[in-house]
Design a protein around this ligand. Structure first.
Ligand SMILES: CC(C)(COP(=O)(O)OP(=O)(O)OC[C@H]1O[C@@H](n2cnc3c(N)ncnc32)[C@H](O)[C@@H]1OP(=O)(O)O)[C@@H](O)C(=O)NCCC(=O)NCCS
Length: 155
């Protein structure tokens, strides 16, 4: 498994991995929210956003095929992680943790902290805690009326 910056040739496949992940989140988010996530991570949107120098897209690849992705942006010395996702059949073997570690390594020069929010019902709290993230509070009935953990890690 290799992790590197997203390349244009892998955008289509990466977008379809994210679409698969979002489509399986319909128990946590309402249908219209899932449509927004899919649109925001469509091939054309990723191609547009990856040109910006405040964005970072990392992709984990197995046999040269994308299996996981981490995406976020820099602002005010904080890297805000927007999405972290691993294809279902590759989960629980360390891919997500390796993506997080690589992201932390790459943003360290520009950032003192990583911040993210994760819907409570996605059940990823243990995963983030194991990776050194601390819960800094709960956002009740925020976007789409969903509850979230506010998670952070000082680098
Ligand atoms: C959350 C997510 C990114 C984790 O990815 P992952 O590749 O499964 O992560 P890891 O394999 O590093 O860790 C998952 C678990 O596997 C265990 N694990 C890690 N390496 C392992 C290995 N070599 N063998 C067996 N188990 C292992 C970890 O201990 C961890 O357990 P935990 O949940 O109790 O912490 C993934 O589940 C996902 O894509 N979920 C859907 C999207 C989502 O919810 N994203 C987070 C909100 S933004």
């Amino acid at each position: 498994m290799k992790i590197g910056k997203l390349k244009t040739k892998d955008v289509k496949k990466t977008s379809s991995i994210l679409e698969g992940i979002f489509s399986s989140m319909n128990k946590v988010f309402p249908k219209h929210a899932v449509s927004v996530f899919i649109y925001k991570n469509s091939e054309s949107e990723i191609l547009r956003l990856m040109q910006r120098n405040n964005r970072l897209y990392l992709v984990a690849k197995e046999d040269d095929k994308p299996i996981g992705v981490a995406h976020g942006y820099y602002y005010g010395g904080v890297f805000y992680l927007l999405w972290l996702g691993v294809k279902e059949e590759f989960r629980n073997s360390g891919v997500g943790s390796k993506l997080l570690k690589e992201m932390e390594k790459r943003v360290r020069k520009r950032c003192h902290k990583i911040q993210l929010i994760s819907a409570i019902d996605l059940g990823a709290l243990r995963f983030y805690k194991r990776n050194g993230y601390q819960c800094e509070g709960v956002l009740r009935k925020a976007w789409w009326s969903v509850d979230y953990y506010n998670l952070g890690k000082i680098l």
